[in-house]
Design a protein around this ligand. Structure first.
Ligand code: IMP
Length: 426
């Protein structure tokens, strides 16, 4: 098994950082294929903590190469900032450990400006305000700036001029002031000098690695329900967060992918606006937020919390073709006397067992109740040692969505994990 895709099966923030880290231990190459600085995870090295938004955690492992592939939207200034921070802490392992696609698109200050201004209007979506949406708009509008353009700053200047001709009126209509071409390009020059040496045709590099039998981990960002095509549109991000995005976003054909793992939090969270049928607005929701430390790592926003949604998970299994589930944060449920679990939806057209993605607003969750447990789970390393109710909860998920658990996380530490199947079959 050489090519493994790991995707969020919910609305993102499924505890990806820890699981990706565990999988990365077995990987030669880690490839991020979508999204940009809207993602974020905390790296813990000894007693040091730092939040990275673009660079995969694999950067911390000597011998693991990290790729930022062409499906990404990359803010050059953020990328250089992250590299500087890693360098200052002595965590960068030599040249070649990070390769950046010359076809990934640049997020520039006017993208961030537009994203922020739109968030102040009644049409706000609750974005992370990192300029990701406007950058992808430019890409689809064929006026974007692939990072390869930074090799020729004259060309970059022309492209920025073209983009600003589009964004100038938009910014004015939103009550802001657009920067001039010079204001965008001058600060970019020293940044470009740092980025250009990292650029490569990563599609070729990744495909070659897969073909050579290297172990390649494709790291998804955000989650299935935030996918531009498959999410709760328009409350979505602007990229392909599902497993198919691993192919389009990195340049590797679907026949090369061996295994797709979905990350599933044992309950549910969402940040930003949009429907969330199993949301808990009561003390139980607050308890999940506090115990699960459910605050955004990019924006610090409190995450909305709710009960596990099996119909949404069935949907994620289908659109991602999930082979296995990595169930996270099971320990957060300890102490709840009973657990509710959404098993179906009642819709105007009858009861359905999959989330009706186009009409979530008029769907009403159908719940069943399961017993809770009181034991702390942090020391458990095998399913047989879980309290019976916790074991039943996991088995219920597997049975209901027809997909086995490959890993169950019972605490934030790396060793607080039940590994049921080794990534890459190792
Ligand atoms: P954007 O990606 O910043 O445009 O935000 C669009 C939507 O996706 C908003 O609801 C954000 O809260 C959400 N979002 C973007 N990135 C993440 C993430 O990494 N985790 C969870 N939600 C995210």
């Amino acid at each position: 098994m050489s090519a493994v895709v790991i995707v969020g099966a919910q609305w993102g923030d499924e505890g990806k950082g820890k699981i990706v880290d565990i999988f990365t231990e077995h990987a030669d190459l880690v490839v991020r294929y979508g999204g940009g600085p809207n993602a974020g995870h905390t790296l813990v090295v000894g007693d040091q903590k730092l939040v990275v938004r673009l660079i995969p955690s694999g950067i911390l492992r000597e011998g693991t190469r990290c790729v930022l592939a062409q499906g990404m939207a990359i803010d050059p200034a953020s990328l250089v900032g992250e590299l500087d921070e890693l360098g200052r802490r002595g965590l960068l392992h030599g040249a070649g450990s990070l390769v950046v696609s010359d076809r990934a698109h640049a997020i520039l200050p006017y993208h961030v400006l537009v994203d922020g201004l739109r968030e102040q209007t009644p049409q706000a979506l609750g974005t992370t305000r990192r300029g990701v949406g406007p950058c992808y708009e430019d890409k689809a509008g064929r006026r974007g700036i692939p990072l390869g353009a930074l090799r020729d700053m004259k060309r970059t200047e022309e492209l920025v001029g073209r983009a600003l001709a589009h964004w100038g009126p938009v910014v004015r209509a939103l009550g802001g002031t657009a920067p001039s071409v010079r204001e965008v390009v001058e600060p970019l020059r020293p940044i470009a000098e740092r980025i250009v040496p990292l650029l490569a045709d990563t599609a070729k590099l990744v495909e070659r690695a897969v073909r050579d039998g290297k172990r390649v981990l494709f790291e998804g960002a955000q989650g299935t329900l935030l996918d531009i095509d498959h999410g709760t549109y328009p409350f979505v991000t602007s990229s392909h967060a599902t497993s198919g995005g691993a192919c389009t976003g990195s340049g590797v054909g679907p026949s090369r992918i061996d295994w797709v793992v979905g990350l599933v939090k044992a309950y549910l969270t969402r940040v930003g606006g949009g429907p969330f049928p199993t949301e808990l607005l009561d003390a139980t929701g607050e308890r999940l937020r506090q115990r699960g430390v459910e605050f955004g790592s990019v924006t610090g926003r409190p995450r909305r919390t709710g009960w596990l949604d099996l119909p949404a998970l069935r949907y994620a299994v289908r659109v991602n073709g999930l082979d296995g589930l990595a169930i996270t944060k099971l320990d957060v449920l300890t102490g709840l006397p009973e657990l509710r679990i959404c098993v179906a939806y009642d819709t105007p057209h009858g009861r359905v067992d999959e989330l009706p993605i186009d009409d979530v607003a008029s769907a009403r969750p159908v719940y069943e109740t399961m017993p809770g447990w009181t034991e702390e789970l942090g020391a458990v390393r095998a399913m047989k040692d879980l309290p019976e109710a916790a074991c039943r909860y996991v088995e219920r998920i597997e049975r209901e969505v027809g997909t086995p658990a490959v890993l169950v996380s019972v605490g934030s530490r790396r060793d607080e994990t039940i590994v049921l199947k080794q990534p890459f079959g190792g």
